[in-house]
Design a protein around this ligand. Structure first.
Ligand code: GRF
Length: 196
């Protein structure tokens, strides 16, 4: 059985979908949910689902990323994950941390990468007049929102969409894509999954 740790910063709706997927004949189980924010609503959701949680409050590290990442690593080392999933984790990780999990850490990003790395992806897609948007699951490499694509889900952008409308439409496809990619990934298959 593979062991999966999930890093979150917020609501954790993707995290919930990942946890709920790891049942029955699924080859992985969730072993830890780790947040940089003690107030992240996802922590309670994880506890309700019976998954151990931990917090490393980034505010206590006052910009010392290396020390913050070292503390994250302490928790992860105890949990001994085979795979680390970033699910709405809003801190930039040091190269050293990323390299520790090279080939074993994946992220979901709310755009059709390589378009719109970074923040405010939905507003940028609407502003650009794009006809479609979506999400990408990719292997994490030291460059932000790069790394080989493991899956993408696409949605249309409708006339008059606000960034919030689009975010909700994209989130629904994130919830289908991430569990599908995780399962394939823990089975050792990195063939990308494309959802319409
Ligand atoms: C998702 O859109 C994810 O792609 C991102 O932040 C959002 C997190 O949502 N970068 P949740 O915490 O999984 O509900």
């Amino acid at each position: 059985m593979k062991r999966v740790a999930i890093l979150i910063s917020g609501g954790g709706s993707n995290m919930v979908r990942l946890i709920e997927s790891m049942v029955g004949d699924h080859p992985a189980r969730p072993v830890l949910v780790l947040s940089n924010d003690p107030a992240a609503p996802g922590l309670k959701r994880a506890q309700e689902l019976g998954v151990p949680t931990a917090v490393v409050d980034h505010k206590l590290f006052k910009g010392d990323r290396a020390a913050f990442d070292a503390k994250l690593l302490e928790h992860l080392n105890q949990a001994e994950p085979d795979v680390v999933c970033l699910a709405g984790f809003m801190r930039i990780l040091t190269d050293e941390f990323v390299n520790t999990f090279s080939g074993r850490m994946i992220n979901i990003h709310p755009s059709l990468l390589p378009k719109y790395r970074g923040l405010n992806t939905h507003a940028r897609a609407i502003e650009a007049g794009d006809e479609e948007a979506g999400c990408t699951v990719h292997l994490v490499t030291p460059e932000l929102d790069e790394g080989p694509v493991l899956g993408q889900g696409r949605v249309p952008i409708e006339p008059g969409d606000t960034p919030e409308d689009l975010a909700a439409r994209v989130l629904a496809v994130e919830h289908r894509l991430y569990p599908a990619v995780l399962r394939r990934f823990v089975e050792g298959d990195q063939t990308p999954i494309y959802l319409a």
